[in-house]
Design a protein around this ligand. Structure first.
Ligand code: ZN
Length: 480
C-alpha cells in the first residue's frame, strides 16, 4: 500500500496540464484523474444509458415515494452541480431491493437500492456512493469500456448473434408483433454494469471525493463507507448482496489512505451539507413493502424450477419465474435480446425485423402489458381492451375480434382472434390468438401466431400450449 502511494506521488510530480484531465482546478501535486477517451460521442453515451435504463426498469421495481425520491435527488443534484460531475443529465431513482447496490449508467441514469440506504449510517455515506458512481459516468468509464469491448454498431445490432435459435429471414416491413418486440429492444444491463479496473475505481474514488468536497460533504465519508462495507464481509452482519457489490468495486488498496492524501490539497475544510432528513428517510425505507417482481424478471427462466411430470408427449417445459408453459420439444424458447419478450418458436418462426426488432411469424410470444394506470390497476376486460387498442394504433393491418372469456391456468382469461400481415413474402397473412390474464405485475399475454396454410397443424399445438400454462401463487414475498 505504501508503495502504491509512493507511485502516485511520483506520478503527480510529472503531471502536466493535459486537456483531458478532469481536475484542472486542483493542485498539480495531486494525483491526476483522467476523463477516458472513447469512440462514443456524448450523445451516443446518453442514448446507450437510456436504453439500459429502460431495461433496468423492466426488471426492477422503482419506488415512487415522493419524500424519498425528493431526498435522493436533493443529494444527487447537489453533487451533479459540481465541476467533477461534468454536466451530465443525471437523475436518481430508488429500487426496491434489499441487496446492497447502486449504479449509474452511461450518460447519467442512476439507481440506488433500498439495501444501500439501509446499510448506510449517515447521509454522507449515501452521498459518497452517489459521488463514486457519478464519477464513473463523468470520467466516461462505462463508455470507454463499451467502446473497447464492442463496437457501437454491434450493440444496436445485437439480435443477430444473440438470436442463434432464429433463422434470419426476409427484411420486409415490420408487422405489429415486430413493433411490439421493439419496445423491449435494449442492451443488456450486464454489458453496461461492468466491473471496472482498479485504476478506474481509484479514479472514481478521487474524483468522487473532490465532488463530495465541492458539494459540501465530508469527502472522507466516501472511502470510509467502502471500507466499512468491506470489513463486514464474512461477518454475521454482512448485508445482502455484499459479495456482488465488492466484486464490482474491486479493492484498490487503502481507499481511506489515498483519499486522505488527496484531501490535504482541498481548498475547503468545513463540510456541513446535509438535508437533515436522513433518519426520517431511513424510517420510511424500513417500512416499504417487499418488492413486486417485474415483467423483465418474470419471463426469465426460474433459478430452481420444480420439474413437471404431466406434460403432453413430445413437449418440454419452460418454467419461468412468473409462469410455466409447455411447448413442442423441437421448438426453441428464449429471448432474442436481454430485454425482449419471450419467444417460443419452431426453426424460422421469428426473424430479425428491418429495424432491429424481432418479428414473430409462427409460434408463441409471451410478455406482460402494463396498463397506463399502472400494474396495480390491471383488470381483465379493461386492460385487454387498452392493450388491443395500443396494438391497433401500431399496426394498420391489424383487425381484432371480440374478446371471448376462457380460462388459462385456472384463472379467468380472454382470448381474442386477430388477423394481420407479416413481412413474409410468400404468405403475408397471419392469424393470431391473443390470450390475456391479469396478474400482479401487469396483464400477462400469450400470442400464438400462424400462417393460414399451416393453421390446421398449428391449432392443436396452440391448444396444448394454452392448456399447459400454470401460474405460481402470487403473493408478495414475506417481509425480510
Ligand atoms: Zn466503482
Amino acid at each position: 500500500m505504501k508503495r502504491m502511494l509512493f507511485v502516485f506521488a511520483a506520478a503527480a510530480v510529472i503531471v502536466t496540464a493535459a486537456p483531458s484531465t478532469a481536475d484542472a482546478q486542483y493542485s498539480s501535486r495531486q494525483v491526476r484523474v483522467d476523463v477516458q477517451r472513447t469512440s462514443l460521442s456524448r450523445d451516443q453515451e446518453i442514448q446507450i444509458g437510456k436504453q439500459a435504463a429502460a431495461q433496468v426498469e423492466r426488471e426492477s421495481e422503482i419506488i415512487h415515494n415522493p419524500e424519498i425520491e425528493a431526498w435522493l435527488n436533493q443529494i444527487g443534484q447537489r453533487l451533479a452541480k459540481t465541476p467533477q460531475a461534468r454536466d451530465y443529465p443525471y437523475y436518481f431513482k430508488l429500487v426496491n431491493d434489499d441487496s446492497i447496490n447502486a449504479f449509474a449508467l452511461p450518460g447519467g441514469p442512476m439507481y440506488v437500492n433500498t439495501g444501500l440506504i439501509k446499510a448506510a449510517d449517515n447521509e454522507g455515506e449515501v452521498a459518497g456512493v452517489l459521488a463514486h458512481e457519478m464519477s464513473h459516468v463523468a470520467l466516461r468509464h462505462g463508455a470507454a469500456q463499451i467502446s473497447k469491448q464492442q463496437t457501437y454498431g454491434a450493440l444496436f445490432g445485437i439480435l443477430g448473434a444473440a438470436a442463434g435459435t432464429f433463422t434470419s429471414g426476409q427484411n420486409g416491413e415490420c408487422g405489429f408483433l415486430c413493433q411490439m418486440s421493439q419496445l423491449g429492444v435494449g442492451i443488456g444491463a450486464g454489458s453496461v454494469l461492468m466491473k471496472f479496473s482498479r485504476g478506474y475505481e481509484r479514479d472514481a474514488d478521487l474524483n468522487g471525493a473532490r465532488m463530495m468536497a465541492a458539494a459540501g460533504y465530508d469527502p472522507i465519508e466516501l472511502p470510509r463507507f467502502f471500507e466499512k462495507l468491506q470489513a463486514k464481509q464474512g461477518t454475521a452482519g454482512e448485508p445482502r448482496g455484499l459479495g456482488l457489490w465488492l466484486a464490482s468495486h474491486p479493492a484498490t488498496g487503502s481507499r481511506i489512505q489515498y483519499v486522505q492524501q488527496d484531501i490535504r490539497f482541498y481548498p475547503q475544510h468545513t463540510y456541513n451539507a446535509s438535508t437533515g432528513e436522513f433518519s426520517h428517510i431511513k424510517k420510511l425505507v424500513a417500512v416499504l413493502p417487499p418488492p413486486i417482481p417485474q415483467p423483465g424478471k418474470l419471463i426469465q427462466l426460474a433459478d430452481s424450477p420444480t420439474p413437471r411430470a404431466n406434460l403432453p408427449e413430445g413437449y418440454k417445459d419452460y418454467p419461468a419465474n412468473g409462469f410455466s408453459i409447455a411447448y413442442p420439444s423441437h421448438w426453441q424458447a428464449g429471448q432474442p435480446e436481454s430485454a425482449s419478450s419471450l419467444y417460443i418458436v419452431p426453426q424460422g418462426g421469428a426473424v430479425k425485423g428491418q429495424n432491429g426488432g424481432t418479428e414473430l411469424l409462427l409460434g408463441a410470444m409471451i410478455d406482460y402489458y402494463v396498463p397506463k394506470a399502472g400494474a396495480s390497476k390491471v383488470q381483465l376486460a379493461e386492460s385487454t381492451a387498452e392493450f388491443i387498442d395500443a396494438l391497433e394504433k401500431g399496426d394498420t393491418n391489424l383487425k381484432a375480434g371480440k374478446p371471448t372469456p376462457t380460462t388459462v391456468g385456472g384463472h379467468d382469461a380472454l382470448v381474442t382472434h386477430i388477423t394481420t400481415k407479416t413481412s413474409l413474402k410468400q404468405e403475408p397473412d397471419q392469424i393470431v390468438y391473443l390470450y390475456t390474464v391479469p396478474r400482479q405485475s401487469g396483464l400477462w399475454y400469450l400470442v400464438l401466431a400462424t400462417m393460414p396454410s399451416v393453421q390446421k397443424a398449428f391449432d392443436p399445438i396452440a391448444r396444448a400450449m394454452v392448456q399447459s400454462v400454470i401460474f405460481p401463487s402470487e403473493q408478495r414475498p414475506a417481509v425480510r
